[in-house]
Write a protein that binds this ligand. Structure first.
Ligand SMILES: [Zn+2]
Ligand SMILES: [Zn+2]
Length: 328
């Protein structure tokens, strides 16, 4: 048997044993194709062709994948070609397959490399800090904006994107309520990326989990952390956050406590409280910024009740006026 026939035979015999998650699709001199699967999304088809002077020259390879991006496959191909030079004169196929399998194991970012590039390019800005720990699949981003900061840790699970990215806040100096609401909303957003909606129509295409990393980073950083420190209170039109984070008010009863309502606009507690008690009440109070109805737990009353309270308050005012008139 020739060198190549020998090698093909040993690939057929021991590939699935020696390379975890591998499956031989074809194994002939004209074409060798092997699928390596780490998870549903970390899957590569390795297509090989023997070079003219094989094994003194590296075997020719092409990598294909339904989910891994082309750019990543190109990079991996180059690394493999370098690696194969070490195997000159020896059997190369199993060596190469093991190397690729290990790469999939060691690179949790392989399934989100495009998202990560996007985040580095478009979401993180100069004043921020981003640290990636590729073996652990962890990305730590510290967002800095107008004296405020938040340090966030994103972890990419092995089964990503079938499992959502997990998020943790490590430190911050935003008002506490914004930290809590941002993280809770981002987690909910990530969950929805991977769980089919409860109400599905019979003709909807089969549900496919969507990547959640870029989506929640965009929401947290671009829509939230960047804008909030300078966003105006919709009533007094002044900056709602104090200029100095050390003056942040976390007491929800305080007039300068910042409230975040359903439409996304923010208010001083004191300003919003006054505004909510003023007519008109028909159809509920509307946000002065966007005219959407204001929903907030603290002011969760019907227009009728607000009207009644207003009338009662006016009557009291009149009574007091009458009394003070009388005292003059
Ligand atoms: Zn205000
Ligand atoms: Zn609004």
């Amino acid at each position: 048997m020739s060198f190549i026939d020998n090698e093909l035979e040993s690939v057929r015999q021991s590939c699935s044993k020696e390379v975890e998650g591998s499956e031989v699709i074809s194994c002939f001199k004209a074409s060798v194709r092997i699928n390596i699967r780490r998870t549903r999304y970390k899957q590569v088809v390795v297509c090989l062709q023997f070079s003219d002077q094989y094994p003194d020259t590296p075997i020719l390879l092409e990598l294909k994948s339904k989910f891994l991006p082309d750019k990543l496959l190109d990079g991996l191909t180059k690394i493999c070609e370098e690696k194969l030079k070490e195997q000159k004169g020896k059997a190369q196929i199993l060596f190469l397959l093991k190397f690729i399998r290990q790469f999939l194991e060691d690179n949790p970012f392989s399934v989100c490399s495009e998202e990560l590039t996007y985040i580095k390019k478009h979401i993180v800005s100069e004043g921020d800090k981003i640290v990636t720990k590729s073996k652990a699949g962890v990305i730590v981003i510290t967002v800095n904006q107008d004296n405020y900061f938040m340090k966030l840790r994103f972890s990419i699970p092995d089964a990503y994107p079938s499992d959502p990215v997990t998020l943790e806040n490590l430190a911050h100096n935003y008002p506490d309520i914004f930290q809590k609401m941002l993280i809770a909303q981002a987690q909910e957003m990530a969950r929805r990326c991977v769980e089919p909606p409860l109400k599905r129509k019979p003709r909807d295409p089969p549900f496919e989990p969507a990547p959640s990393l870029q989506k929640i980073a965009n929401f947290l950083i671009r829509d939230g952390l960047r804008k909030l420190p300078t966003d105006p209170c919709q009533v007094c039109k002044e900056r709602a956050f104090p200029k100095e984070p050390k003056n942040v008010v976390n007491n929800a009863e305080h007039g300068r406590h910042v409230e975040w309502v359903y439409c996304g606009h923010i208010f001083h507690n004191g300003c919003l409280d006054e505004y909510m008690k003023l007519p008109p009440f028909t159809g509920g109070k509307k946000c002065p910024g966007c005219k959407k109805r204001i929903y907030h737990d603290k002011w969760n009353i019907s227009p009728e009740l607000a009207e009644a309270r207003w009338a009662h308050h006016q009557a009291r005012e009149r009574e007091i006026d009458e009394v003070t008139d009388f005292l003059k």
